[in-house]
Design a protein around this ligand. Sequence first.
Ligand SMILES: [Zn+2]
Length: 500
Amino acid sequence: MTGTLRDASAAQGGSGESAVDHEAVIGLEVHAQLLTRSKMFCGCPATYVEAEPNDNTCPVCLGMPGTLPVINRRAVEYTVRTALALNCVIPDFTKFDRKNYFYPDLPKGYQISKYDLPLSVDGHLEFDLDGRRVRCGITRVHLEEDTGTLHHAGDVLQSATSSLVDYNRSGVPLMEIVGEPDLRSAAEAKEYLERLRQILMYIGVNDGNLEQGSFRCDANVSIRPRGTETLGVKVEIKNMNSFRAVQRAVEYEIARQIAVLDGGGSLHQETRGWVEARGATISQRSKEQAHDYRYFPEPDLAPLVLGAEFVEEVRRALPELPEARAARLIEQHGITEGEAVLLTATREQADSYERIVGRGVSAGVAARWLGNDVLRLANADHLPLWESGLGEDGLVALLGLVEAGTVNSTTAKALLEELYLAGGDPVAIVRDRGLGQVSDTDALGALVDAAITANPKAVADFQAGKETALQPVVGHVMKATRGRADARLVNRLLRERLSG
Ligand SMILES: [Zn+2]
């Protein structure tokens, strides 16, 4: 069964029965622009966000009569790479087709796409959610071209008196990833989308930008009585440009469809747009059927026969995927699952962790620091460690001081905070400012005695069995050393004195 060709037009519902236990059936269609230098069928740059309107165009992507398309080899390679990462089968033979429709952002009057013989079929994506394993089939991953963009006066189509067309995006390589209707909740839909985006970014084919639209998603939502297999009337939702919007829109649509059926109404196949400000989907148009597009084979392009050798070459070059990498890090370094998930969130993050461990920082210490304090600063400053002032060199030096016991973790955290943006050599700073950890037993012993004298109540509480009462006494010593005391040694000395 193919998602978009499925005949879901059979009428259902309208019986007036209420309180039926409904289940949602959700399938996602993702469009992802490929990170190629040039466009799909011409040599124009594929970047368009910062270019002046219509600068990155030529007769091919402007749809001039008599021009001929040439297939971008890298785009085919990236699509095959994606298909393999999503466990798809790559058929021996594939061809491009024309999808015919009129719109001002489509200068040729047709989009070069794929219809009945896509580049890949029958894949799946698996992920964990709330302790369950969810498996979503991938109908196909195929390759097409993006359209231009329209700029309506005042940004509102309905009230605009004029619209401008920018063809910079026209012909940018676009991958379509069609998921099977295997998802059963808005939460599953959101998780699927996040995992898919993570994989595309890991394998370097897409930049995952939902806001700018280089990664976009439409959702097909229907409902049916739980326990039945027949698919209900499918509604397509568009205009969702964040993960949160996807979750909210799907939740809204499920509730709306149930309310329509419970109220005795019936659903019809249509396209609805998500309106963020209203928190609702609104009807846009009745959904086209595949035959409305009058697909036919693209006569200007020969069919594509990829060959087993090409596919194997792409498969061999496939990087380790996030889940496999997290499992390996747990196995190899004994870090926790939570740490592994954080560290493999992006490929760059995982690479950074492995470089730091490769330079002698112990795996557990590196995981804890990268997963907590470093991550917090990276998020706050919108700057990953490897681009920060401190850099990996600085962090390796700082953690070296921690592991050698030269500074305690309080001092190290303060230094991390100070140097993250500003940069600097932690070793030199610790030496110049005298920040070295105080771990001299005699010196600390005198401070511990003073702290005991100064905190008679806390000491009495501790001796009466209240463990936490010791904290202010330890704090007294830390303050006296400006945070540089070896906290473990202070604890030991205190306990020795108070138990004696
Ligand atoms: Zn062009």
